[in-house]
Design a protein around this ligand. Structure first.
Ligand SMILES: Cc1ncc(COP(=O)(O)O)c(C=O)c1O
Ligand SMILES: N[C@H](C=O)CCC(=O)O
Length: 459
């Protein structure tokens, strides 16, 4: 496996510590040295970069090296890191108290802003009527599923191979993200009776969904789908696919849960990617529950489950489906989310789209010049590189790519001061703060990375 060699990134290392020594130190007291598996560089090799600060499009590690960041905290940092107005909003909120464990006007303001940005309420053509704030995307999808089961009185859930919805028990089968990165079929520790409640189907195959409903009449509570798959690399839904899911689910009395944790407020100014707003060719369709996270917290822990009020009414204290959180609606996190959403205007999204287009073209040009078979897969401004000549529409096709080309590609970029997500199965995230200097560094690094990918051989 390729490992980092030299670096041309600036500024100069401090010499006080190194990523290697920090990793060794962390491994003694933190399981695996990381608090989330993908960070461990497991599939690319080498020591993860231990970061000490971030600003705009850059992150800086303990050695004093600065990298152009294409991880963006896995999505939230659409404005770039530490946007001054977001930082000020958090500082102002902190001065008034870190956590109350009680209701606040600010959390209502965030909920109002989200519902409004999504065109709501539903009676006036919007996506959701109301929502419940939680702290992580995992909690949002877990709550959505419990709610769907409580509302329908049915046990089963349909999910798609390669999709990731966080790490709750029922959602780890054939999951994307770290589960894909580490080649796990599912997670140990999930009891069989729980795993059996999840039906895993191939993505972009409406017939498989019809067949599942036919095989389990009156037993499927919900279909959960990433609005656009972005945890097995990016795989956009076929035109009309999300709409087909809605109509099949509804025909059988089940709910559709659209997981917008990653896509929401990242790829469209009006909030979500559920396609009917981003493509006039897409038929309108009705969503019952939607989950958000990442951008609505602006880099702090906020996520949400929203949807039809008659479904949300089933949540405690109004209804019998329980959900709670000591830090839900935390004032600092809500302040970051509010500031981020208020700052993210049409120009922000236009910048993200332009940046993504520039990088997609540059990556493809470099790989083509190096003779590497590839496809740049995208959904809105999200994209990733598939090391295969034909586009992939499902997890099977994604897994068949030449994954061995990614580690040297990744390290060649890192050596030249560009931090990509450390897995071929993760999306690349641009920010509105990526400026000419950052882009120049990426463009300079790409030909080297493409050559490294071309020279790679299977292990
Ligand atoms: C689509 C999707 N859903 C859910 C999650 C889980 O969110 P979190 O990591 O905040 O628990 C993620 C990312 O991690 C995601 O990409
Ligand atoms: N793919 C995940 C989120 O979108 C990566 C974040 C993580 O699990 O650490």
């Amino acid at each position: 496996m390729a490992a980092p060699t030299s670096s041309t990134a600036s500024p100069a290392p401090t010499g006080r510590t190194s990523n290697e020594s920090e990793f060794a130190r962390a491994r003694k007291v933190i399981s695996g040295g990381v608090n989330s598996p993908v960070r461990a560089f497991g599939s690319v090799g080498g020591a993860p970069r231990f970061l000490v600060s971030a600003s705009g499009p850059y992150v800086t590690d303990v050695e004093g090296r600065e990298y152009v960041d294409l991880v963006a905290s896995w999505g939230p940092a659409i404005l770039g890191h530490a946007h001054p107005e977001v930082v000020t909003a958090v500082q102002d909120a902190a001065a008034l108290g870190l956590s109350f464990g009680a209701t606040t006007p600010a959390e209502t303001e965030l909920a109002e802003l989200v519902v409004r940005r999504l065109g709501g309420p539903r009676a006036s053509g919007g996506l959701i009527d109301e929502l419940r704030l939680v702290s992580t995307g995992t909690e949002a999808t877990m709550t959505a599923i419990r709610l769907a089961r409580g509302f329908t009185g049915r046990p089963l859930l349909v999910k798609f191979a390669g999709h990731y919805h966080g790490h709750s028990d029922g959602l780890l089968a054939a999951a994307g993200s770290g589960v894909a990165t580490f080649g796990l079929p599912a997670s140990a520790g999930v009891p069989e009776p729980i795993a059996e409640q999840t039906l895993v189907l191939p993505y972009n195959d409406p017939e498989a969904v019809r067949a599942a409903f036919a095989a389990h009449p009156g037993r499927i509570a919900a279909v959960i789908v990433e609005a656009a798959a972005a945890n097995m690399g990016v795989v956009a839904p076929d035109p009309g696919y999300n709409a087909a899911l809605a109509s099949i689910a509804h025909e059988h009395g089940a709910l559709l849960i659209l997981d917008e944790v990653l896509t929401g407020f990242r790829v469209a100014p009006d909030g979500y990617w559920g396609l009917q707003k981003t493509s006039s060719a897409e038929p309108a369709y009705d969503v019952d529950l939607v989950t958000f996270g990442k951008v609505i917290g602006g880099g702090m822990p906020v996520a949400a489950v929203g949807g039809r009020s008659d479904v949300l009414e089933h949540l405690a204290p109004n209804g019998p489906v329980y959900q709670a959180g000591t830090l839900s609606g935390n004032p600092l996190a809500v302040a970051a989310g509010l500031a981020t959403l208020r700052l993210a205007d049409q120009e922000t999204y236009a910048r993200l789209d332009r940046m993504s287009g520039t990088l997609r073209a540059a990556v493809s040009e470099a790989l083509t010049a190096a003779g590497v078979a590839h496809t740049v897969q995208s959904a809105g401004n999200l994209f990733s590189v598939l090391f295969a000549p034909e586009p992939a529409r499902d997890y099977e096709a994604v897994q068949a790519q030449e994954t061995f080309r990614f580690p040297p590609f990744f390290h060649a970029m890192l050596d030249r001061g560009v931090a990509l997500p450390p897995s071929v199965y993760e999306a690349w995230f641009v920010t509105a703060a990526h400026d000419d200097r950052a882009v120049t560094r990426i463009l300079d690094a790409l030909p080297h990375a493409a050559r490294a990918a071309a020279e790679a051989r299977p292990a």
